[in-house]
Structure formats: C-alpha cells, structure tokens
Write a protein of this length. Structure first.
Length: 93
C-alpha cells in the first residue's frame, strides 16, 4: 500500500522510479532527433557500401550507426505506443 492507501501496480519503491523513467523516456523520445552530421555520415557510408568501397573500419562504423538508428526508431515507436495506450493522440508516421 502507498500513502494514499491503494495497492501499487509496481512492486516496491523502485516501481515508482521505473514509472518516472518511463515517462521521461516517452517525453524524450518523441522530441528526440538524430544529429544532422550523424545522418549525413550514415548516408555517406550507405552510398559507399552500395558501391562496394567501404573499408573494414567504415563497415564497423556503418554497423554501429545502423544499430543506433534501429534503437532510435524502436524508442520512438515504443513512446508512440505508450502515448496511444495512455489515451493521447499520437501522430502516425
């Protein structure tokens, strides 16, 4: 039971912290954007990859940027799903 006398849907005190972190993640993910220089570098590496001109170091960098981009999109999708679940109108892609 919490101070208000009702049972929390989160176990222990850490649950409230998790809820706060989740709310912060939703707020941050919706307004976050990838840096212009990072996007330009990713595009450049994609072009070089299509031409077969990547060095081994560039290939590793491309894999890292691809992974970061995937995680970024997942965070945004998760934030949008949470907003819809909480009754907010979220923009469709």
């Amino acid at each position: 039971m919490n101070e208000a006398g009702w049972k929390s849907d989160w176990a222990g005190d850490g649950g409230w912290a998790r809820r706060s972190r989740a709310a912060a993640a939703v707020a941050g993910a919706g307004s976050a954007s990838k840096g212009g220089a990072e996007l330009a570098r990713h595009d450049d590496l994609l072009d070089r990859n299509a031409q077969g001109l990547l060095t081994p170091v560039e290939r590793i960098e491309l894999e890292r940027l691809r992974h970061e981009s995937d995680l970024f999109m997942l965070r945004k999708a998760h934030a949008a799903a949470l907003l819809r679940w909480r009754g907010h109108a979220a923009a469709s892609p």
